[in-house]
Design a binder for this molecule. Structure first.
Ligand code: FAD
Length: 502
């Protein structure tokens, strides 16, 4: 067989969110004449199954699969998400909103944040939320998809909350319909060999042997292939992001679902609240060095707004990423590739990003090493920039009320983040590096929300007289407020378009 021949068989090890996302996307894009795809999963081992909040790029994944969004929301008991509300993060009693979409609607040469910072130094700016349709709608409990035209309604950014088990089932249905073969069983060994020492097959407990040209490791934290067989190495980020455990509990809904995730800071961690149609997902993420498991359960159960529907479920994790995500003929996706705590709901996105890049660099039998190197470089950069964004939340805070927060405030941060903070400190400038996931809106929202105030403003803001800036931002706030009034209640939108009760 020539080196440039297409690969004929793909084996995906793992049937969690990562495995079924990969199976559904590869089968859909590569089509019935593409490689045969087999997915191996073990019911006995099970899945993590708590990834229930997403960010807007997931819309592209849904579109790639040819899925109707309303069908998808209905099938997964989903709701819509306009951003994240952060409660008690800067100091107890404080709250701010990290919205999707953009601030303002102005497409002028002077960026919004430069105008806002100049007006703020003049003591006249409104809080950032007044200029964001997503923040304003979230506060009002409203939702609609973006509308054509030049109003703030055109700038609604959104993502989904969904039931992770139903999402995996939904994707499995799509993958199997597209020809993916599922093998139930536990992988007990991995065979390597040949001139390139590639993985040749995985062997199941009952002796079944699954051979393939490309292996996608979606086996979760254990990284059965990428670490177990290929020894990829792991970069541990526990010194920057010390949370290493979580406890999760579903509750009955205590009211209509909010169109946002809530994150509430506690003495040694933080709590998520994710509203679904049929229940609310809750969990406490914490550092075991600072909080015992019993204390974590008590903290979580003491801060719920609905009746628990199950016993609290403990989870352990290690924060960091593989040194290499792709080695030889093995590519790791999902938790097998690395994990960053769920503060900004980025894990499912990182799976999606890995799948998109794998498709972009789909190997032939040659397994061109330059592709592998590029894949590893791009995925590492993506993980690193998400890491910096997460560290910002913990480090830039006024909280000093516990050893946990004091440690986080005092820690040395990555140079890349320090540079970003230094640039913002003088001029209020924010930026998005090429290919970076988080937008200027995200950086501005969290820097401001975490209490970072620049001493001056961007010289670009002098390009407009202060009167003109005042008038422009005043207009944006007024039309944002008015546009919110045209949006339906979130619960009504769901009832009309995608209720699971139908
Ligand atoms: P898993 O779910 O662990 O699946 C691993 C699969 O491999 C399973 O099917 C298992 O059976 C199989 N397997 C393992 N070993 C073997 C073997 N020997 N033989 C056969 N099969 C095997 N992400 C978000 O985007 N948003 C969130 O809000 C979010 N919240 C989270 C909260 C917490 C506390 C945690 C820990 C994670 C969260 N995540 C979130 C991350 C998200 O849950 C994961 O990214 C996602 O579930 C993907 O997991 P996975 O498929 O990689 O691994």
């Amino acid at each position: 067989m020539s080196d440039d021949a297409p690969i004929g068989r793909i084996a995906i090890v793992g049937g969690g969110t990562a495995g079924w996302m990969a199976a559904a996307a590869l089968a859909r894009v590569l089509g019935p004449h593409g490689p045969a795809i087999t997915l191996v999963e073990s019911e006995e081992i099970g899945t993590v199954g708590v990834g229930e909040a997403t960010i807007p790029p997931i819309q592209a994944f849904t579109a790639l699969l040819g899925i109707d969004e309303d069908d998808f929301v209905r099938a997964t008991q989903g709701t819509f998400k306009l951003g994240i509300e952060f409660v008690d993060w800067l100091r107890p009693g404080h709250r701010y909103f990290h919205p999707f979409g953009v601030y303002g609607i102005d497409k002028g040469a002077i960026p919004f944040e430069a105008m806002w910072q100049r007006l703020r130094l003049a003591g006249e700016a409104l809080p950032l939320e007044a200029y964001s349709i997503c923040a304003a709608a979230a506060r009002a409990g409203r939702f609609m998809r973006p509308q054509p035209g030049g109003t703030p309604l055109a700038h609604i950014g959104y993502a989904f909350h969904f039931d992770a088990a139903l999402y995996a089932r939904f994707l499995r249905g799509h993958a199997e319909a597209a020809g993916v073969r599922r093998e139930e069983g536990r992988v007990v060994s991995v065979e390597r060999g040949g001139p390139r020492d590639f993985i040749e097959a995985v062997v199941l407990a009952d002796g079944r042997r699954i051979a393939a040209d490309l292996f996608v490791d979606c086996s979760g934290f254990r990284g059965l292939l990428i670490e177990g067989a290929m020894g990829a190495g792991f970069e541990d980020w526990g010194h920057w992001l010390p949370n290493d455990r979580a406890v999760a509990v579903p509750t009955a809904n205590a009211g209509p679902p909010t169109p946002f995730t809530r994150s509430t800071a506690h003495g040694a961690g933080w709590q998520w609240r994710i509203p679904l149609q049929h229940r609310t997902g809750n969990g406490l993420v914490y550092a075991s060095r600072h909080l015992s498991d019993d204390e974590a359960v008590a903290t979580l159960l003491g801060h719920l707004d609905g009746a628990p529907l199950a016993d609290p479920r403990p989870l352990r994790f290690r924060t960091g990423r593989r040194d290499r995500f792709w080695i030889g003929n093995c590519v790791a996706l999902g938790l097998a590739g690395g994990f960053l705590e769920p503060l900004e709901s980025t894990s499912i996105h990182l799976i999606q990003a890995g799948i998109a890049r794998l498709l972009e660099m789909l190997p032939t039998q040659a397994f061109e090493p330059a592709d592998t190197r590029r894949y590893n470089r791009l995925m590492a950069a993506e993980f690193d920039s998400v890491r910096d964004f997460l560290i910002l939340h913990f480090h830039a805070t006024e909280r000093r009320d516990t050893a946990y927060w004091r440690e986080l405030a005092d820690m040395a941060i990555p140079d890349t983040l320090a540079e970003r903070l230094a640039i913002h400190a003088r001029t209020g400038r924010v930026y998005r590096e090429a290919d970076e996931l988080f937008t200027k809106t995200s950086w501005l929202a969290v820097m401001d929300g975490q209490g970072l105030v620049a001493s001056g403003h961007d010289p670009l803001a002098l390009g407009l007289p202060l009167d003109e800036i005042r008038a422009r931002l005043g207009r944006i706030a007024a039309v944002t407020q008015a546009a919110t009034g045209h949006m339906p209640e979130h619960a009504d939108f769901i009832a009309r378009h995608c209720s699971a009760r139908r």
